[in-house]
Design a binder for this molecule. Structure first.
Ligand code: FE2
Length: 430
């Protein structure tokens, strides 16, 4: 028995007129002209049906705390870290849970169904870890939450952090984090990478480090992370987040670094909104963009997933929970403007990140979970351009969020009475 049949979908690969049959929370068939009787039928009307958006880099312990206890006046990464340090001792588990769950509701409304969140373990109370572990269970029916033990203040910089990170893993945090460029010296940074990779190898865990989130072209922790990945046999389990120093590095050095990252089977997780906002702050003009070398990494076959990093917190006062905002910024900041490029960047906020996170049952294939989003857009390029309404968000075959299509009524003499943003698509372009 088919529980749900979605008719006339356009898929991210550009195929049109596709029907999707769902039974028992999973996709049973995805092809044109399915004739099965179904409990519920949804007509996608030729619009884009995508697998869910996936955010591989977020800070859910800080989200929606904007203005607490004050605003970031300089707008810099370092003032953000200092401000978080002021807020952290006042955090309560209840407030953390309330803000995180409220954020997850927003995320799901945008078709975002999996998030990898870093969890600060610098305060040995570990109230952040306690709260986010509870949130992981609360939101499980509609959002997959992966948690990273993240020593925001530096693994070796604060008292008790080395022990707190292991305790957080004992409590059930999934992944080992790090921040080598924020340790006191380059040597401490390198030592932290080695120690943290050793922990991941011993425990059989993945690694995701904030790595070289700086404009310093001499920051070398990505290289160290790749080398330790190979040394500890962690190939395919390690991600480097941000990697912004690579923007400013010497081209010759990068020509050696990228093959090393590829050899280590490391994934890259740039965060275009935050990177474009926080990097280049010491520059006058010309001012560096500070986004890592996404097109070059993609050419090398390095998996790239784009993250959001922050929504309304000490580092970033903006953000909507919409991964299409991230892709939209990436198009501009990387100058990846062709139709094929936009398709590639759409993958970077969906399937690439799902693969990096190791999500099981993800995708639009028979046997996959029936998790999908119907967007008010005709294809992936239009989805990134418009960042349109998520008409229906479907989890395990059930609609969990709906948004009315955007249609503007006009009262202009002699002009159409209504305006649908999808009417402006160029004809014949997929
Ligand atoms: Fe981050």
């Amino acid at each position: 028995m088919t529980d749900l049949l979605i008719r006339n979908a356009t898929l991210p690969d550009g195929s049109t007129g596709i029907d999707i049959a769902v039974a028992g929370g999973r996709i049973t068939a995805i092809e044109p002209g399915i004739t099965a009787e179904a409990g519920e039928v949804i007509d996608a009307g030729g619009l884009l049906v995508s697998p869910p958006f996936v955010d591989p880099h977020f800070h859910m312990d800080a989200t929606l705390s904007l203005g607490l206890p004050r605003m970031n006046v300089s707008g810099t990464l370092l003032e953000g870290i200092a401000l978080w340090g002021e807020l952290r001792p006042t955090l309560t588990k209840e407030a953390l849970i309330e803000r995180a769950v409220r954020y997850c509701d927003l995320a799901v409304s945008k078709g975002l169904m999996a998030v990898r969140s870093h969890v600060d373990v610098s305060d040995p109370r570990l109230v952040t870890a306690e709260a986010l572990l509870e949130v992981r269970e609360i939101v499980k029916p509609y959002l997959d939450l992966q948690l990273v033990a993240f020593p925001q203040d530096g693994y070796y910089r604060g008292p008790g952090i080395v022990e707190a990170l292991e305790r957080a893993l004992d409590m059930g945090i999934d992944i080992v984090g790090g921040i080598p460029h924020f340790e006191r010296t380059m040597e401490d940074g390198a030592r932290s990478v080695e120690a943290l990779c050793r922990i991941a190898a011993d425990r059989g865990l993945m690694v995701d480090m904030h790595c070289d989130e700086t404009d310093d072209p001499m920051s070398r922790h990505v290289e160290t992370l790749a080398a330790q990945t190979i040394r500890f046999g962690l190939q395919g389990r390690v991600s480097g987040s941000h990697l912004t120093s690579m923007h400013s590095m010497d081209n010759y050095y990068v020509s050696k670094l990228l093959p090393l990252i590829a050899e280590a089977q490391m994934a890259a997780i740039p965060n275009p909104l935050i990177n474009i906002m926080l990097q280049g702050r010491h520059d006058t003009y010309p001012k560096r963009r500070g986004l890592t070398r996404i097109p070059q990494m993609l050419e090398m076959g390095i998996p790239v997933g784009l993250g959001q990093d922050c929504v309304m917190d000490p580092w970033y006062s903006m953000g909507t929970g919409d991964l299409l905002d991230v892709a939209h910024m990436a198009v501009h900041a990387t100058q990846m403007g062709s139709v094929a490029d936009k398709r590639t960047l759409f993958d970077a906020v969906t399937v690439n990140s799902a693969r990096i996170m190791g999500l099981g049952g993800y995708g639009l294939e028979p046997g996959c979970y029936a998790d999908m989003v119907i967007l008010q857009a005709k294809d992936t390029a239009e989805a990134i351009r418009l960042r349109p309404a998520r008409l229906k968000v479907i989890r395990r075959g059930k609609v969990v969020a709906e948004t009315a299509p955007e249609v503007t009524r006009l009262s202009l003499d002699g002009r159409p009475a209504s305006l649908d943003p999808t009417d402006y698509a160029p004809k014949g372009v997929i």
